[in-house]
Design a protein around this ligand. Structure first.
Ligand code: TEU
Ligand code: CA
Length: 551
């Protein structure tokens, strides 16, 4: 492997995710855009992040907000032009910020030229760019309903694991793989520093597309998650593109877990550098549906398993993105008047671990999930789910309550910049509902308050930068079964930190575990002005987070 150009900069980097549609609108059409991002580059620099991952900004009819791409080499009309893009990336690089693009390659839009050609006839050169069959199998779409749609023009069914407007690309066709390689190189030559590879674990389907096990709620998924040729395909793009640049490649990888991670993510293996795993995002699904407390012991176990991986497997540390509800109140429960403490506690709990931390836009000011009425939802997954639930008699009202906790819309409400009209996001009509709490929760307020969540993030990121104990030290979990406290140690031969986080909005008594030995301790970080200066048994306050250096 020609590893000589890779500096692996992501090993000590914090990455900020921008969902461009909801970040900042520069021209008053109600939709965030690239010039909006450009106007906030100083803000990102000031915040102190090392890189930006931007959700897709390519040409798209927006059936799934840019995750359905109709031209991989150009910018979405609503977001601006290629010149705006070039100015944006130059502005980032001037400020020492790298740019990671979102590569959506499992599927394209049905409005992509390839698909328009493909559906024309069986002997069209693009026919094999997609999956066409006379008879569908029993696979289900991730957005509900069957994964196959009959196309009149083509006279056959095509496969779509997401919406009908997102036909799956046939990676078994070497021409498709070459297209993706060329697209990656095109953007690398324009200066991008890496890719976040959307649902990359779905690209290899079992030969013959056999029926799936019918009782699997996601029928068919055992035939396409990390399929038989996955490693081969990834290795090929790595050799012909990713590895030729000083890149970071992070796969959105349902199916990669702490057990198989070394097989896919080790530095010795060609392909992905890191992955967004889903284990910790699924562990509270029953709790979310039933409105029960967050299952902290399960969460700790998953995080800890990743921490124990060999050093050449870099974990990814995230609690929010554009597909997940906000972590307030998801992880914290009802935070009442303790929003700032709760949000800072999550910051400590995640940032003191080994891995590449991600901050999703708004997380740094403690944005929260949002109350929605039925008519407020705009995400295709929400619309499909509500439609399906409405067919079940007497279920709809209950479902709407559950869905408010689960919806991806929660994360997609526009960024709250100020207490001004529309949260300072737009001067026009915002494309989706703005969380009414923007009058209290916004960037302007946070910048003016020395004790804000935003300033706390800055402080913790500074503490983390270059800190060997955090970046590459060992990890030990204490009190694994405790439902309230997340307590772990980070250590090297000459330095140790003890991290204690109370995930609950109540005072919790700490009994120091018997297997914890130390002679002396000193408080180095906390989210209360008057935390105890030394580690002792006793009260840990609501959402209190403590980092001690111990000897
Ligand atoms: O998400 C993949 C994915 O698995 C989602 O369907 C996820 O399960 C769902 O959002 C519930 O959390 C990626 C993108 O991140 C998402 O925004 C896209 O809609 C999807 O791929 C299709 O491109
Ligand atoms: Ca705009």
């Amino acid at each position: 492997m020609s590893d000589n150009v890779k500096t692996r900069w992501y090993k000590d980097a914090v990455i900020y995710q921008i969902y461009p549609r909801s970040f900042c609108d520069s021209n008053g059409d109600g939709i965030g855009d690239l010039r909006g991002v450009i106007s906030k580059l100083d803000y990102l620099k000031e915040l102190g992040v090392d890189a930006v991952w931007m959700s897709p900004c390519y040409k798209s009819p927006n059936d799934d907000n840019g995750y359905d791409i109709s031209d991989y080499r150009d910018i979405m009309d609503e977001f601006g032009t290629l010149d705006d893009f070039k100015e944006m990336i130059a502005g980032m690089h001037e400020r020492g910020i790298k740019l990671v693009m979102d590569l959506v390659s499992n599927h394209s839009s049905d409005e992509h030229q390839w698909f328009k050609e493909s559906r024309k006839s069986k002997d069209n050169p693009y026919r094999d760019y997609y999956y066409w069959r006379d008879k569908p199998n029993n696979w289900k779409s991730n957005f509900l309903g069957p994964a196959w749609k009959y196309d009149n023009e083509a006279g056959q069914y095509y496969l779509h694991l997401f919406s009908e407007k997102q036909p799956d690309l046939n990676w078994g066709n070497p021409k498709v793989r070459q297209e993706i390689i060329d697209i990656c190189n095109y953007w690398f030559e324009m200066g991008v520093d890496g890719f976040r590879c959307d649902v990359i674990s779905y690209i290899s389907k079992a030969p013959g597309l056999p029926d799936g096990f019918p009782l699997n709620p996601q029928t068919g998924s055992e035939n396409y998650i990390l399929g038989p040729d996955f490693k081969k395909y990834i290795k090929e793009i790595d050799e012909k593109s990713w590895d030729r640049y000083d890149s970071m490649i992070v796969g959105e990888a349902i199916g990669i877990n702490y057990k198989n991670a070394p097989e896919y993510l080790s530095e010795k293996v060609e392909g992905l550098d890191t992955a967004f795993s889903f284990e910790h995002m699924y562990c509270d699904l029953p709790a979310m549906i039933l409105n029960r407390p967050f299952p902290l012991p399960a969460f700790k176990k998953i995080m800890s398993n990743w921490q124990q991986l060999p050093l050449d497997c870099q974990p990814t540390l995230y609690v929010e993105n554009h597909d997940q509800p906000r972590c307030l109140p998801r992880f914290t429960g009802d935070y009442g008047s303790k929003r700032k403490e709760a949000s800072k506690m999550i910051c400590i709990a995640m940032m003191m671990q080994r891995g590449t931390p991600y901050i999703y836009e708004g997380q740094e000011i403690g944005m929260t999930s949002c109350p929605f009425n039925e008519s407020d939802y705009v995400d295709i997954m929400s619309l499909n789910s509500i439609k399906t639930a409405s067919k079940i008699p007497f279920f709809k009202d209950t479902f709407l309550k559950i869905w408010n906790r689960r919806a991806r819309d929660n994360a997609r409400t526009p960024m709250q910049w100020s207490a001004e009209k529309n949260a300072g996001f737009t001067t026009g009509n915002p494309w989706m509902k703005i969380n009414p709490n923007y009058t209290q929760i916004n960037v302007e307020e946070a910048l003016g308050d020395p004790d804000s969540i935003l300033h706390f993030y800055q402080k913790v990121m500074k503490f983390r930068k270059g800190n060997k104990v955090i970046i590459s030290g060992g990890y030990r979990l204490y009190l694994p079964k405790d439902k309230d406290l997340f307590m772990y140690e980070r250590y090297t031969d000459d330095k140790r930190y003890l991290v204690i986080c109370n995930f609950k909005n109540k005072i919790v008594n700490l009994y120091l575990p018997d297997n914890l030995y130390f002679r002396d301790s000193k408080l180095v970080l906390s989210n209360y002005p008057d935390s105890k200066p030394h580690v002792i048994d006793g009260a840990v306050r609501e959402y209190e987070a403590l980092v001690y250096e111990i000897k």
